[in-house]
Ligand binder design. Structure first.
Ligand code: BES
Ligand code: MN
Ligand code: MN
Length: 466
């Protein structure tokens, strides 16, 4: 009985604080979203640093200690902590303040770095991925500090290179093992199923990203003088790419599926319980049908199965009008999403070998590796997971459903490997937030719901860790 009263009081304290500070919470997020912290484009290096400084100040104002901007060979990491009592559990909060490039700019209804609130959403690049979500944690932390309810120790690790593969973060984890000591990692960088269907992500896919170059003749040629006798690299690349999947949309790369962990029928049935409206999904995307691996549902195809996607393809003349040219080169950017147990490096090698083996001898091919990362499965049987379940149940009114995510957060596997830490993926976005797309937005409902839920997580995690 006593604990029930205490819980209610805490939830009330939380809601009262949010109510009083709502407008400022939004104003500050808008400020954060104005920084064009595009990690992929070196032209924004200064803006990325300013974003880190903004977060540093906000963490400090909220009451964090040892707040620091840690330089890396790339973009800096923001660190801050509050140790209330060494005997209490410690939560490492991870997120990223860098964002994807905003282009194509002409498809945005308002400029990507001039945030606009419209129909209950805040529109800006990074609003959902991940600035809006990491800032919920900063504000929840402020709330707990100001109301004297911080129930656990907190360490913040906010990086600026997630969208470009977190290439300097592994090293940071290795060098800072002691400083990053914690009991669990908490991340809000994923989605819920719907605003009235909360969910917790229990798995992420891995990634292998590469670029290919096919060279035919050593220079661009007149397509009439040479066409018909000389290999056209665009046509050959198109053929090669087409052959990477068979008629069942199975990937044909030798060995590609070797390490894939097949899910049991029971596991698949469990995941299939999550509500999904396929008709609405197709309608939203203006497609008449789905397209994917035979034998798997739409949800399975984009979560528990590995895939291969073309991200870009170019070559030859693409300017106005016509130019009769037989190009020398053709290019494509290709990504493969991986599932647990597949290894990103191994898949890269298999791809390279396969791609070279299917190239006709008339052309030369080059495979250029980009970044990669491993898939992750996060546990649903540890105190922190139960705490997240409990917190969401309190704030959404129903139990969250476990789901697998289709995207990748490569550092999650590294948290386990380097720091020995499990991760809880308690995201509050929606798949329809248009992350990485024009008009990215984040619901104000989701922003405030996150701020409301996070303190309850700490409260419960402390209780369950006793
Ligand atoms: N937050 C996303 C990942 C995500 C989104 C996971 C939605 C689950 C649901 C993250 O910022 C991201 O975009 N990751 C990249 C990988 C990275 C190596 C560029 C991705 O998934 O493409
Ligand atoms: Mn993200
Ligand atoms: Mn992203």
């Amino acid at each position: 009985m006593e604990t029930t009263i205490e819980k209610t009081t805490t939830h009330q304290t939380v809601n009262a604080y949010i109510e009083k500070n709502k407008d400022r919470f939004l104003t500050e997020l808008i400020e954060l979203l104005k920084f064009p912290s595009v990690s992929a484009d070196s032209k924004y290096k200064g803006d990325v640093l300013k974003t880190a400084e903004y977060l540093k100040n906000k963490l400090q104002e909220a009451g964090a200690d040892k707040v620091e901007i840690c330089p890396t060979p790339g973009h800096p990491i923001v660190y801050g902590e509050k140790i209330v009592d060494a005997k209490l559990p410690t939560v490492l909060v991870y997120g990223h303040y860098d964002v994807q490039p905003a282009d194509p700019l002409n498809l945005w209804t308002s400029p990507p770095f001039e945030p606009v609130v419209k129909n209950g959403n805040i529109y800006a690049r990074g609003s959902a991925d991940d600035k809006g979500q990491i800032y919920m944690h900063v504000k929840a932390f402020e709330l707990m500090m100001k109301t004297n309810t911080l129930a656990c120790n907190i360490k913040f690790l906010i990086e600026g290179e997630e969208e470009v593969g977190s290439s300097n973060l592994d090293n940071f984890l290795m060098v800072n093992k002691e400083r990053l000591k914690a009991d669990v990692v908490l991340v809000s960088d994923t989605s819920i199923l719907a605003n009235d269907v909360p969910s917790l992500t229990v798995g992420l896919r891995g990634l292998t990203y590469l670029e290919v170059e096919v060279t035919g003749p050593n220079r661009d040629l007149h397509s009439g003088v040479y066409g018909g006798a000389v290999p056209n690299p665009i046509q050959i690349l198109a053929k090669m790419i087409t052959s990477l999947k068979d008629e069942n949309n199975h990937i044909t790369i030798a060995g590609f599926y070797d390490d894939v962990q097949e899910l049991s029928a029971a596991d698949r049935a469990e995941l299939a319980k999550a509500p999904f409206d396929e008709t609405a999904y197709f309608k939203d995307l203006d497609i008449n049908a789905g397209e994917g691996e035979k034998g798997y549902s739409t949800t399975e195809r984009c979560t528990i199965r590995p895939t291969l996607e073309l991200n870009g393809i170019w070559g030859g003349y693409i300017g106005e009008g016509a130019k009769t040219v037989l190009p020398s080169k053709a290019y494509a950017k290709i990504s493969m999403r991986l599932v647990p147990n597949q290894k990103s490096d191994k898949i890269m090698q298999l791809f390279q070998k396969h791609f070279e083996s299917i190239a006709p001898k008339s052309v030369k091919v080059k495979v250029k590796p980009h970044h990669g990362g491993e898939a992750a499965v996060t546990p649903s049987d540890i105190p922190a997971y139960h705490a997240a379940m409990f917190a969401m149940k309190q704030t959404f009114g129903i139990n969250p459903i476990p789901v697998r995510g289709g995207g990748s957060i490569p550092i999650v596997a590294a948290f386990e490997k380097i720091l020995g830490l499990k991760t809880i993926l308690m995201g509050f976005g929606l798949d329809s937030d248009d992350i990485h797309s024009p008009n990215e937005h984040y619901g104000l409902f989701n922003y405030y719901k996150g701020i409301e839920t996070i303190p309850l997580f700490y409260q419960k995690f402390r209780e369950l860790s006793k």
